[in-house]
Design a protein around this ligand. Structure first.
Ligand SMILES: O=C(O)c1cc(=O)[nH]c(=O)n1[C@@H]1O[C@H](COP(=O)(O)O)[C@@H](O)[C@H]1O
Length: 277
């Protein structure tokens, strides 16, 4: 039986600082790094980020879309990126944001959460907006392989509110209903459950009960305008379980490996001083 993701993540956040850096190979970043917007550029970019950060950053989060746009050769680069990052000691969160009916979700689960899959990752992002129950195959596969699942709750983009702040059947918001489901999945887990929630750092105030006993991935730091100083206002008492995520505002420091490392380190230190652990 593998050690649960929540326990592995807690240790990584304590040892390396609570920070996730996204690997988002935007065409504009490839150009800024002096690379071509092609598969060779994609590979150089991604493996440079891994070389710079996988040895010292708690979590790396490749965004699948930027690899998919190059077809099968892009997916091959994604496979290598995941494998090398894990080999170097980082936890890898595959940002795939999958969501579908349960029988199809089972196939996504075998793609990302079964140990012998070429894209096996420590955790994957999923969308619960086909109903939380549709995620069951992913939740079960993750539990069986000691992996994690991050469920979108309150996303960092302003358009998310239309769906996520809508009133659910029980009277609270749709997002709160998802957070309550996540809390139920994590009940009794120590030191931290393996089902995370995605809650944008950009929200100002989450206006939700975030006591889910699981990690709270907080994207939106950096390019989308949030800073580490915003985290207490958004997360309140849930702050110790927050994993802020930054992509472009770290990646823009490349291709220099030392500059990438310094950017990630200074974010990790800033978050640590705010979170207090
Ligand atoms: O799941 C995510 O990571 C995610 C959720 C969310 O609510 N907002 C959000 O921006 N993201 C992802 O986080 C990354 C943000 O990138 P930067 O804005 O460059 O830091 C992108 O890969 C987004 O797809």
């Amino acid at each position: 039986m593998s050690e649960p993701f929540g326990a592995r993540l807690r240790r990584a956040m304590d040892d390396r600082g609570p920070l996730c850096v996204g690997i988002d190979p935007h065409a504009s970043l490839l150009t800024a790094w002096g690379l071509n917007d092609d598969v060779a550029g994609l590979e150089r970019f991604s493996l440079t980020v891994v070389e710079a950060l996988a040895g010292g950053t708690a979590v790396l989060k490749p965004q699948s879309a930027f690899f998919e746009r190059f077809g099968s050769r892009g997916i091959a680069v994604l496979e290598r990126t995941v494998a090398e990052a894990r080999e170097a000691g980082a936890l890898v969160l595959m940002d795939a944001k999958r969501g579908d009916i349960g029988s199809t979700m089972a196939a996504y689960a075998s793609a990302f959460l079964e140990k012998d899959s070429p894209l096996f990752s420590d955790a994957v992002t999923v969308s619960p907006y086909l109903g939380f129950g549709s995620l069951r195959p992913a939740l079960d596969a993750a539990a069986a392989s000691g992996a994690g699942v991050f469920v979108l709750a309150l996303t960092s983009n302003p358009e998310g509110a239309e769906v996520q702040r809508a009133q659910a059947a029980g009277g609270g918001s749709v997002a709160q209903a998802m957070l309550d489901h996540i809390a139920a999945e994590n009940a009794g887990a120590e030191p931290l459950g393996s089902v995370g929630a995605v809650v944008g750092a950009t929200l100002g105030d989450a206006r939700a009960d975030l006591a889910v006993n699981g990690p709270l991935l907080a994207p939106g730091v950096g390019a989308q305008g949030a800073t580490p100083a915003d985290l207490p206002g958004v997360f309140g008492e849930a702050l110790p379980d927050v994993l802020p995520s930054v992509s472009r505002d770290v990646l823009r420091h490349g291709p220099d490996v030392a500059a990438l490392r310094n950017a990630a380190r200074s974010y990790a230190e800033a978050v640590r001083s705010v979170v207090g652990r």
